[in-house]
Ligand binder design. Structure first.
Ligand code: URA
Length: 210
């Protein structure tokens, strides 16, 4: 089974992404743009959420109208840069439940090691959106989804801002059932595992740490 990749080519997404790529863009503007873009990506990710008809009364009459069905969606942020996408997602899913997963790369083995994991107690029957701006080598995303699958959610989708062929290939080799939503697929990874042309270190640009 080969995994699905959705590239959100909407002109507003592409315009904002170009501004984010520019090295001249300030930390504050980068943060604002990531929140705005994440709302637009979130809109696409939620496109096939199930709805159910409920009874309501408008000021005019009683009627039936659609509402999101089932338990609240969970958005899981991969620390630390995932927080930038999480903020935008919460603008359109204000009642979503939130999870966090922290991973670091062991400098010797290069394996992703978990240092933090907190998700809602009951994950079964929940739709889960995992967020991290850069799907580069795929190592963190693979490890995060491995761990999330242990909690048996109803579905998992992965949202990033940028990815590359290497990241998609690695991720879908492990998780062909998890669709990727992204604003762009860039050319390649460089020798330091940065996406090219990319936008640099998403965490540093978001938090102003460099
Ligand atoms: N993480 C980043 O922040 N940027 C990249 O280009 C790759 C991974």
């Amino acid at each position: 089974m080969s995994g699905q990749v959705y590239v959100i080519s909407h002109p507003l997404v592409q315009h904002k992404l170009t501004l984010m790529r520019s090295k001249e863009t300030s930390t504050g503007t980068f943060r604002t743009l990531l929140r705005e873009i994440s709302m637009l990506l979130g809109y696409e990710v939620c496109r096939d959420l199930p709805v159910t008809m409920v009874d309501i009364e408008t000021p005019i009459c009683a009627t039936k109208a659609p509402m999101l069905d089932g338990k609240k969606v969970v958005v899981i942020s991969i620390l630390r840069a995932g927080g930038g996408i999480l903020d935008g997602m919460l603008e359109i899913l204000p009642s979503a439940r939130i999870g966090h997963i922290g991973l670091y790369r062991d400098p010797k083995t290069l394996v992703a090691v978990e240092y933090y994991f907190k998700v809602p107690d009951s994950m079964t029957d929940r739709d889960c959106i995992v967020v991290d701006p850069m799907l580069a080598t795929g190592n963190s995303a693979i490890a995060a989804v491995d761990r999330i699958k242990e909690t048996s959610p109803r579905s998992i989708k992965f949202v990033c801002l940028l990815t590359c062929p290497e990241g998609i290939k690695a991720f879908h080799a492990h998780h062909p059932d998890v669709a990727i939503y992204t604003a762009a697929i860039d050319d390649r990874l460089n020798e330091k595992s940065y996406i090219v042309p990319g936008l640099g270190d998403a965490g540093d640009r978001l938090f102003g740490t460099k």
